[in-house]
Every structure is written in structure tokens, then in C-alpha cells.
Design a protein around this ligand. Structure first.
Ligand code: CU
Ligand code: ZN
Length: 530
């Protein structure tokens, strides 16, 4: 006897093969039968005629570890059909934490939800604390190299001592034993940006020993994109581990088109036998913390040291001079301040949704002074959206056979605390946008290919053996959607909107979305590597 039978759907199984009409049976947490199940008895029968049934989507690049504590229902992701989120990306995870640098950790985090009290030290303690209250979807945790570095040596802008390096290696090795899947870097962000390639290789080896992946927000995504891709590949080669290049892009108009060259480097590395892949999100704007606009040395010593510099006119001038020479994130050189929008700034809500150029004009300030003022007023807590990408680069990336989908967003919700500001719409729209706009409407890839990039391919990337495909024995993470109707609704102006067309979502055999509504069920788990 099956617990659930889903009848009549076009099943796209996640392997990349085209869909076919068949039935799928679920017992407990797993898929128990696939085929003609018309004579099989089942506790619940769901007729999905005219709908697509696919494996639940795996968000290869998420930052939900900073949100799920206060948003266990994972609304904005689960309503896209996401059933597993890979978190701990861009060099920053909430653990491990050292007693010595716990305060630096707290001030560095942009948003700290209720429950996230940094009472843990190790990643194992962290994961157990998180798992206690349950969550709607599954979580795959990476360990941030920036977090490791912060725990070992704070915001020091120098190479680690041998003691600090072995502390990082030991914490990462312990984390791998306790449920982490790999290590991530954020090499444009202090303190990760203070590290050399040799340091990264040495630290990453501690994850390679446990067959972990190396996921990298690489050292440059504009002028230095190709060198940065080469560095990521070098880490994979020297540490003998798979490489995931996060949110591949060419940032800034002068560099548009370079995604093709970056993909060629990935192809060459793969031809050499290295396991290199990438992920991408379907938008022409990126988003990050506002302080990333500054040169990374401005963060030496942490956020309080940065704020002190911003109160010192001489230091502000140094920052300005460095940026004029191309230092820092060089947004002006890339796109101009009219292409930078404040997404979220709890202490300067007036700025949310507005361009830096507008804010500067209203305050009768030069744009960079307006940025300094915002950072001072907000104690450094603000994020921005940068309209600096080319859609053609996205299409190049998404059609590459080794590029998958990662939102770079977080689990948010349209009500309560999660609905603050004007965050990047990717947190609400990524997966339906790929399926609706890019697969169905613009036909840049087939529906089965698009589904594969959200299911089977990320599962293979992670060596996640029992998810990402519809087959007997796999875990019953499933999504039923209407391929004619599926679409994102979130925009940059109005981001807090759920997509349409996602009708049923099951996690570990239990409905979280039933007929388009959240059931409140929390069947997700912290996944452990095999
Ligand atoms: Cu990221
Ligand atoms: Zn990133």
C-alpha cells in the first residue's frame, strides 16, 4: 500500500531526459514505485493530469542559513519548488565561531534572525541547534573560509601564522566530520580577500580529504574575471577536489561577453580531467552588502574599525583616492551610481529602493559621500543591487552543460520581518523564471534541461545520491507545476511576491505546498554526506 500516488503527470525525472506520462508512488519518505500504478492502492491519490512532476529543486547557491532560523517555513523558496538549499556560500557560514572573535562575527553578519545567538562553537553544534526546531526544506551546509579565518585570526589583513592555519584546517576537518559538504570562499569580501591562493589550497585540503567541494565567489568578476576563474581551478587542481564557481557573471559593461571566455576555461579544465562546474541566476543585476563598495582594506579590523575610518575625513579621502585608481569594487568605473540601488537599510529606510545617484542628489552630496553617510547612519548594515550584467552572458552560462541554477538569494516571506526592504527578486523568482521565461517563452533551453539544472546536475555536483532524480528508492522531494503557467512575479520594484504555477511541493514525502498553499509542515532535514 502506497501512502501517496501521483497520477497522470508528465514526469521529468531530473536526468535531462524528456518527460513522459507515468505515475509515481510514495511510501514514507521515499519514492516506492514509478510506472502504471492504476491498480495500486494508495492512502492519498493526487491527479496531476496536465501537470509536470519533477524532483524538488536544489538551490545550489543560497544564503538562507542567515534567514531560516527566523523563517522555518522557507516561504519564498519552497513556493518556487525548492526542496534543498545549499547554504554557507560566499565564504560566510554562521559556524564555526571562536570565543575570542564571536563579537566580530556578530557585527559582520548583516542580518541576525531570532534564535541565531552564536552560542555554538563548532559546525556540528551549530547544525544540531538549527535542526532542533525543524525546517520546511532540506539544508546542505558548506563552511565559509571567511568564517574559519575570522574564528582563527579575526579581521587581520596578513597571512595566518602556522598555528592559525592549522586551527582553520582543524575546524574545517571537524566540520566535515559533523555534516558539512565542503568549503566556500568569498574572495572579494574581507577577511577572505586577505588570503593568498596558497592559504586557500592549504585550508581546502582539509575538506578534500572528506571528498568535499570547493565553492568559490571568485576574486574578481569584472576586469580580473579570467584570472579569478584560473585561481579557482588551481585550487581544485592542487587540493584535488571538485570546484564550483558561484554565480558566474561578467560584472560591468566593459567586461560583458567575457562569460564565454570563463566557460572556455572551465571546458579546458574539464578536458584536463578536473571536475569544474558553475552556477548562475537568471537576472541582469547582482546584489551584495553596501560595504563591499569600499576597498577591502577599509574593513581591516572589522566593522567597528570600518565605521571609525568613515568618521575620519582623511581616511574617507584615502578610500576615495583608492577607488579613483580602480581599487575596491569600482562601481563608478563599471556602471555609474545611477545603476546602484539600495535594497535594504533598516536604519535608513528612506534609501530603500532608491538609486545612489538619487539619494546623493536629495542629500546634496557627492555620490561616494552619500555612500559613506549611509554606511555611518546604518552602522554598516545595508545591501545594494547593482544593475551591471548582460542577459546574453546569462544565456551563455545557462546553456552550458555544466552550469546549474543557484539563486544567491535567501528564504524570505511576503509578511513579517522577512518582507523588509526591496531585496533582489532572485529570492522569490529564480526557479520559476528559468522554467517560465527562459525555457517555455524564450526557448533558450528545453524544459527537461532546465529541470536537470535544478535537480540531477546539482545532486551530481554534491554527490547527493538519493535526491535530484525521480526513481525508486530516491527520497520523495517532489514538485508539481503547471508548465503553461509557471512564472516569477517578483520585480526589483516589487520583490516580495511569490511565483505562480507551483502547485504541490513535497519534502521527504510530506506536503509542504498543497494546492498552492503552505501546509505549515516542517519535514526538512539537515542533510549529512554519505
Ligand atoms: Cu553568494
Ligand atoms: Zn557571492
Amino acid at each position: 500500500m502506497l501512502d501517496l500516488k501521483i497520477e497522470g503527470a508528465t514526469v521529468i525525472d531530473g536526468t535531462g531526459r524528456p518527460g513522459s506520462r507515468t505515475d509515481v508512488g510514495v511510501r514514507d519518505e521515499a519514492i516506492a514505485a514509478v510506472g502504471d500504478l492504476s491498480r495500486e492502492p494508495a492512502g492519498t491519490v493526487l491527479n496531476a493530469t496536465g501537470r509536470v512532476l519533477a524532483p524538488g529543486f536544489i538551490d545550489m547557491h543560497s544564503h538562507s542559513d542567515w534567514r531560516l532560523w527566523g523563517n522555518r517555513r522557507a516561504e519564498s523558496k519552497i513556493r518556487q519548488g525548492v526542496t534543498t538549499e545549499v547554504v554557507g556560500n560566499c565564504g560566510f557560514s554562521p559556524a564555526p565561531v571562536s570565543a575570542e572573535f564571536a563579537d566580530e562575527m556578530r557585527t559582520f553578519a548583516l542580518y541576525i534572525p531570532k534564535g541565531m545567538d552564536f552560542s555554538w562553537r563548532s559546525v556540528g553544534e551549530y547544525l544540531r541547534a538549527f535542526d532542533q526546531d525543524g525546517t520546511a526544506l532540506n539544508v546542505v551546509q558548506l563552511v565559509g573560509h571567511g568564517t574559519l579565518r575570522l574564528a582563527a585570526m579575526g579581521f587581520a589583513r596578513r597571512p595566518p601564522t602556522s598555528g592559525e592555519l592549522s586551527a582553520m584546517q582543524r575546524m574545517l576537518g571537524d566540520a566535515m566530520n559533523e555534516g558539512a559538504w565542503g568549503v566556500s570562499t568569498g574572495l572579494i569580501y574581507a577577511p577572505g580577500s586577505y588570503s593568498t591562493t596558497d592559504e586557500i589550497v592549504a585550508v581546502a585540503r582539509a575538506a578534500a580529504r572528506y571528498r568535499g567541494v570547493y565553492a568559490s565567489h571568485i576574486r574578481g568578476e569584472g576586469a580580473t574575471l579570467l584570472d579569478a576563474v584560473r585561481e579557482a581551478i588551481q585550487v581544485g587542481r592542487e587540493a584535488s577536489m571538485p570546484v564550483q564557481i558561484s554565480h558566474i557573471k561578467a560584472a560591468g559593461r566593459p567586461y560583458w561577453g567575457k562569460v564565454a571566455d570563463a566557460l572556455a576555461l572551465i571546458d579546458a579544465a574539464r578536458a584536463e580531467g578536473l571536475d569544474v562546474m558553475a552556477d548562475v541566476y537568471p537576472y541582469t543585476a547582482s546584489s551584495t552588502s553596501l560595504r563591499t563598495a569600499l576597498p577591502d582594506w577599509a574593513l581591516e579590523g572589522g566593522v567597528s574599525a570600518m565605521l571609525k575610518r568613515l568618521h575620519d575625513p582623511g581616511e574617507c579621502q584615502r578610500i576615495r583616492d583608492d577607488m579613483a585608481r580602480g581599487g575596491g569594487y569600482s562601481i563608478v568605473e563599471r556602471m555609474g551610481w545611477g545603476n546602484v540601488m539600495i535594497a535594504w537599510c533598516p536604519k535608513r529606510k528612506d534609501a530603500e529602493g532608491r538609486r545612489i545617484s538619487e539619494i546623493a542628489e536629495a542629500r546634496k552630496l557627492d555620490p561616494l559621500d552619500a555612500v559613506f553617510e549611509l554606511l555611518r547612519d546604518a552602522d554598516g548594515v545595508a545591501s545594494m543591487i547593482l544593475f551591471q550584467l548582460d542577459e546574453k552572458d546569462f544565456v551563455r552560462a545557462v546553456t552550458h552543460p555544466h552550469v546549474m541554477i543557484g539563486s544567491d538569494g535567501s528564504s524570505l516571506a511576503v509578511t513579517g520581518e522577512m518582507a523588509a526592504g526591496k531585496p533582489h527578486p532572485r529570492s522569490y523568482g529564480t526557479f520559476p523564471r528559468v522554467l517560465g521565461r527562459y525555457a517555455r517563452d524564450e526557448r533558450v533551453l528545453s524544459l527537461a534541461e532546465a529541470v536537470h539544472k535544478m535537480t540531477g546536475l546539482p545532486a551530481r555536483r554534491l554527490a547527493l545520491r538519493d535526491r535530484g532524480e525521480i526513481r525508486v528508492g530516491a527520497k520523495a522531494d517532489l514538485v508539481v507545476f503547471d508548465a503553461r503557467r509557471i512564472a516569477d512575479q517578483a520585480t526589483f520594484e516589487d520583490p516580495h511576491r511569490y511565483p505562480v504555477g507551483v502547485e504541490q511541493v513535497l519534502v521527504n514525502g510530506r506536503f509542504v505546498i498543497k494546492d498552492g498553499e503552505h501546509t505549515g509542515s516542517l519535514p526538512g532535514k539537515v542533510l549529512m554526506p554519505a
